[in-house]
Design a binder for this molecule. Structure first.
Ligand code: HEC
Ligand code: HEC
Length: 282
C-alpha cells in the first residue's frame, strides 16, 4: 500500500513536470504558429498584389515601374506608392492623418481596398462592393502591404519641403529646370498614365491632355498665369477642378488626380521645377 502511494505520487509529480514543461513552451509554439500563419497570409497577398495591383502601384509597390498586363510594355503608374514611408510607417501614418483616419492602419488599408476611392481610378475590390476579392483576400493583401513597414524604410527621418505660397518664390529658390529630367518624371510619377503624352492629343485617358497647357493654363482662373495654375494643380489638385476630362466633365472635388504630390515631391522639390519646365517650356 505504502509503495503504491509513493509510486503514485512520484508518477503524478513526473507528469506535472512534463505538463508544466509543455505549458512553458506553449507561448513559443503559439508564436511560431501565428508567425507561420502571418507568413502564409503575406505570401497569398503577394500573389494577389502581382495579379491585381502592380499594373497601377508598380513593382514592389513603389509606383515607379508599371507594365501593361497584356503587352508587357512599360506604362505610367497611375496608383500611389504603397511601399512608402508616409503610408506605412508609424501607428498613425502621414497618409492616415491627411485623410482624417482615426482607426488602425490595418483597417485604413482594408477599407481603402474594400470600397476603393470613389471618384478616382482606384476600384472597389471587395465582393460586397462588386469587386473580385473575398474578405480573407483583402486581409491577406493588407498584411502584404503593411509588411513594407520595415526598420530600413521607417528609421530615416522624413524631410518634407515646405512649399512656397507662389510659383515666383519657388522659382527664385529653384531657378534652373531640366526639361529632359522633367519628361522622365512625368512618366515615373504616373502623370503619363492619366494625362497621356504631350505629342498626341488623343493619348490622355483620365485627366486633361496637357500638350496645350501653356495656353489653356493661363485661361482657367482669373489672375493666374499658366505657371501659377500648373503649380497649384500639382500641389493642391483639389483646389480647382479642371472643366474638361477625356471622358466628359471632370468630377470632384475630390477629383481623380491624387492629392499627395506635395508630400511625394516634398522629398525632392527640384522634381516639380523640372516637371514644370517640361510642361511649360520655361
Ligand atoms: C486602376 C489602377 C489601380 C489598381 C488596379 C489598384 N489601385 Fe490602389 N489606388 C489607385 C489610385 C489612383 C489610388 C489613389 C486614389 C486617391 O487619389 O485617393 C489608389 C490608392 C490606394 C491605396 C491608398 C494609398 C494612399 O496613400 O492613400 C491603397 C492602400 C491601394 N490603392 C491599394 C491597392 C491594392 C492592394 C490593389 C490591388 C488589389 C490596388 N490598390 C489596385 C489605383 C489603383
Ligand atoms: C490618377 C490620374 C492622374 C494622375 C496620376 C495625375 N493626374 Fe493630373 N489630373 C487628373 C485629373 C482627373 C485632372 C482634372 C481634375 C482636376 O483638376 O483635379 C487633372 C488635372 C491636372 C492639371 C490641370 C489640367 C487642366 O487642364 O486644367 C495639371 C496641370 C495636372 N493634372 C498635372 C499632373 C501632373 C504633372 C501629374 C504627375 C505629377 C499628374 N497630373 C498626375 C488626373 C491625374
Amino acid at each position: 500500500m505504502q509503495v503504491k502511494i509513493i509510486i503514485g505520487t512520484v508518477a503524478f509529480m513526473i507528469s506535472m513536470m512534463v505538463l508544466g514543461y509543455a505549458a512553458l513552451r506553449e507561448p513559443g509554439r503559439l508564436e511560431r504558429y501565428t508567425d507561420a500563419r502571418q507568413g502564409r497570409q503575406i505570401e497569398m497577398g503577394a500573389h494577389l498584389y502581382d495579379a491585381n495591383c502592380a499594373t497601377c502601384h508598380g513593382v514592389d509597390g513603389k509606383a515607379e515601374e508599371c507594365y501593361d498586363p497584356s503587352s508587357g510594355e512599360p506604362i505610367g503608374c497611375v496608383g500611389l506608392p504603397l511601399n512608402y514611408a508616409p503610408l506605412v510607417c508609424g501607428d498613425l501614418s502621414l497618409r492616415m492623418e491627411a485623410m482624417n483616419w482615426e482607426g488602425s492602419k490595418e483597417t485604413f488599408i482594408q477599407s481603402t481596398l474594400t470600397s476603393g476611392r470613389p471618384g478616382t481610378v482606384m476600384p472597389a475590390w471587395a465582393e460586397q462592393f462588386g469587386g473580385p476579392l473575398r474578405p480573407d483576400q483583402i486581409v491577406d493583401l493588407s498584411k502584404f502591404v503593411l509588411n513594407w513597414e520595415t526598420e530600413e524604410l521607417c528609421s530615416q527621418p522624413l524631410v518634407v519641403y515646405e512649399w512656397q505660397e507662389s510659383v515666383e518664390e519657388f522659382n527664385e529658390e529653384f531657378p534652373e529646370g531640366d526639361a529632359a529630367r522633367g519628361e522622365e518624371l512625368f512618366l515615373s510619377y504616373g502623370c503619363t498614365g492619366c494625362h497621356g503624352n504631350l505629342e498626341d492629343d488623343t493619348s490622355a485617358l483620365v485627366g486633361p491632355w496637357l500638350g496645350d497647357i501653356t495656353e489653356r493654363g493661363a485661361e482657367q482662373i482669373d489672375g493666374y498665369s499658366a505657371a501659377d495654375y500648373v503649380y497649384e494643380s500639382i500641389l493642391e489638385s483639389n483646389a480647382f477642378i479642371a472643366p474638361d476630362c477625356p471622358t466628359g466633365p471632370c468630377v470632384g472635388p475630390p477629383g481623380a488626380m491624387p492629392d499627395n504630390f506635395d508630400l511625394r515631391m516634398g522629398e525632392n522639390p527640384q522634381d516639380l521645377r523640372d516637371l514644370m519646365t517640361f510642361l511649360l517650356g520655361e
